[in-house]
Design a protein around this ligand. Structure first.
Ligand code: FES
Length: 102
């Protein structure tokens, strides 16, 4: 792996359907495990920047705890208006560890 892949968590720390906030290089990211795959998105809502870590996860959709905006963790798209989105980051899981490409 190149230097742009940063270890952010042990795979076991991310439960299926769960959310885990991580801060590689000081960047606030949210790991979401859905359908057995780990996704990484910005931990900052596209509406008014609320942290998404206190939100709810249902399948591939996380709901912001502040005003219920919903985002697809696979694409970062706001469900009701996909032209609005939150950043997503490539994820690799290797050797029981989760890496994110920054
Ligand atoms: S800050 Fe997330 S819905 Fe308003």
């Amino acid at each position: 792996m190149t230097d742009s892949w940063i270890k952010v968590a042990d795979e076991g720390a991310v439960a299926d359907g769960g959310l885990l906030a991580v801060y590689p290089c000081g960047l606030g990211l949210l790991l979401v495990k859905a359908g057995g795959t780990v996704y990484a998105v910005a931990n900052r809502c596209a509406h008014m920047a609320c942290p998404l870590e206190a939100g709810a996860c249902d399948g591939f959709v996380i709901t912001c705890p502040c005003h219920d905006w919903r985002f697809d963790v696979r694409t970062g798209a706001f469900v009701e208006a996909p032209e609005i989105s939150i950043p997503t980051y490539p994820v690799r899981v290797a050797g029981g560890e989760v890496f994110v490409e920054l």
